[in-house]
Design a protein around this ligand. Structure first.
Ligand SMILES: NC(=O)c1ccc[n+]([C@@H]2O[C@H](COP(=O)([O-])OP(=O)(O)OC[C@H]3O[C@@H](n4cnc5c(N)ncnc54)[C@H](OP(=O)(O)O)[C@@H]3O)[C@@H](O)[C@H]2O)c1
Length: 421
């Protein structure tokens, strides 16, 4: 059946029609009985369907419109045969075949940051995802439903991460504002007059107009040699540190917010005293402190400290980088975790990540394996009971997986890990 639709004809497909395609599956739970195709492209607001919300429909005028914002909004939801041709849903450029066999992904819940922006409570880590691996991983992750991506200048993959995001925007899978991109100022750029240049260079690598969240990677600066020397060492292999005060670095980062280059700023690997010093001396509150956090180092005290100050805690190395040969970390391979996995019909990784979400932190597991990217995301259909959270708490030893050995032992005044939290 062809329906006259503004200036173009749209084929109208009904649920249950003897179609060779299966996009109807996408809409089975959405209340839609019909949907439209335009030049073999779906023209429904997929994200809304993914969220299983009533779809905000928009008046369709011409096929040349590409932005929702250009279209008048209505609250009409098309249902069954009463679908009104004037209120066709609109946008996405995903091709029909892209969607054929994919079910709508669930998105992660978001936490409201102290500046009003929202951050998904699970992100994709990308350390060591390079040489195309990062690009492929991020594209797959976005398809799966990840909207929070974590990278850094140090990871040397910002160009491919940015490309993956731009490609997904071009495909119409997401809009820029759907993505929460986190990257970090590297330690060689702590001199205040290097900060803006470093950030602009990272934006150029990413190919984006702004960064959602820019973190100071570490409170300790390194000596600047050149842009490529990320770990400056002397002839004896000793890492060359700088004594730039992280307060001065942070104040230079505040300017980036004012310039509109970044939306939020935060810190990483800061202890509670360093965080308090930032709060006491700076204008813009950090929105997060990204630190190592897993069942072995659950950061309960630092999380509470942050929470009292309306700062989130992002959990890096949440899975403890599992090593099957060594059966480490213990919390991943333990029978206790396996028993919980059996109980909830989940995997150990899912139990660990859900535990972290349940204790109020934001894990960013890294994977470049498609199955594990999916596995790590599939944690929003269950919750651990308080008793089972207590079981996971027993793995806490306080031991660090990422001890920053090259700095440790240099007695630097800003070394963060010499106090309890
Ligand atoms: N701010 C900082 O100083 C800092 C420091 C470290 C990390 N980070 C950030 O945090 C992210 C995560 O931390 P991380 O990479 O250190 O450690 P992680 O996420 O705990 O572990 C990553 C490792 O686990 C494997 N893996 C992923 N999912 C798995 C699963 N379901 N089952 C078994 N193995 C799995 C990955 O291999 P595959 O890829 O093969 O799946 C990878 O080798 C980093 O990528 C980075 O973005 C920040």
């Amino acid at each position: 059946m062809i329906q006259k639709f503004g200036r173009i004809n749209l084929p109208f497909i009904r649920l249950g029609s003897p179609s060779n395609y299966h996009p109807t599956k996408l809409f089975e739970n959405s209340g839609y009985k019909q949907f439209n195709l335009l030049n073999n492209k779906l023209i429904l607001c997929l994200e809304d369907i993914f969220l299983k919300n009533a779809i905000t429909t928009r008046q369709y005028s011409t096929p040349t419109h590409t932005k929702n914002s250009e279209l008048p909004e209505t609250s009409t939801k098309p249902t069954g045969n009463s679908y009104h041709p004037l209120y066709g849903c609109y946008t996405i450029k995903r091709t029909f075949s892209d969607n054929c066999n994919k079910m709508a992904p669930t998105l992660a819940p978001k936490v409201k940051l102290n500046n009003g922006y929202e951050m998904p409570v699970l992100g994709l880590g990308t350390y060591e995802s390079k040489n195309n691996e990062g690009e492929i991983a991020v594209k797959h992750a976005i398809d799966v439903g990840y909207r929070h991506i974590d990278t850094a200048y140090f990871y040397q993959n910002e160009a491919e991460i940015g490309k993956a995001i731009k490609d997904k925007i071009a495909e119409g899978v997401v809009k820029r504002e759907d993505i929460f991109l986190v990257t970090k100022l590297w330690n060689i750029h702590h001199e205040p007059d290097r900060v803006e240049g470093a950030c602009r260079k990272q934006l150029e690598l990413l190919g984006l107009d702004y960064i959602d969240l820019y973190l100071m990677h570490l409170p300790v600066g390194y000596k600047y040699v050149n842009e490529e020397t990320l770990l400056p060492k002397n002839d004896d292999g000793v890492l060359q540190l700088s004594d730039v005060d992280y307060l001065d670095t942070y104040k230079a980062m505040e300017k980036l917010v004012k310039l509109g280059l970044v939306r939020s700023i935060g810190v990483s690997n800061f202890n509670s005293e360093q965080l308090q010093r930032i709060l006491d001396n700076c204008e813009i509150k950090p929105v997060t402190n990204q630190v190592e956090c897993s069942p072995a180092l659950n950061q309960r005290k630092l999380t509470q400290f942050c929470k009292e100050r309306n700062i989130t805690l992002t959990a890096y190395s949440p899975l403890g980088r599992p090593k099957p040969d060594e059966k480490k970390p213990e919390f991943y391979y333990s029978e206790k975790t396996k028993a919980l996995a059996d109980k909830y019909k989940k995997t150990p990784a899912q139990i660990i990540l859900r535990y972290l979400v349940d204790i109020g932190v934001i894990p960013i597991p890294k994977s470049s394996n498609p199955k594990r990217i999916e596995e790590n995301f599939n944690i929003f259909d269950f919750q651990l009971s308080p008793e089972d959270i207590a079981v996971m708490d027993t793995f806490h030893t306080g031991e660090r997986l990422v001890p920053f050995n090259l700095i440790k032992g240099q007695n630097h005044k800003y070394w963060p890990f010499s106090i309890e939290f």
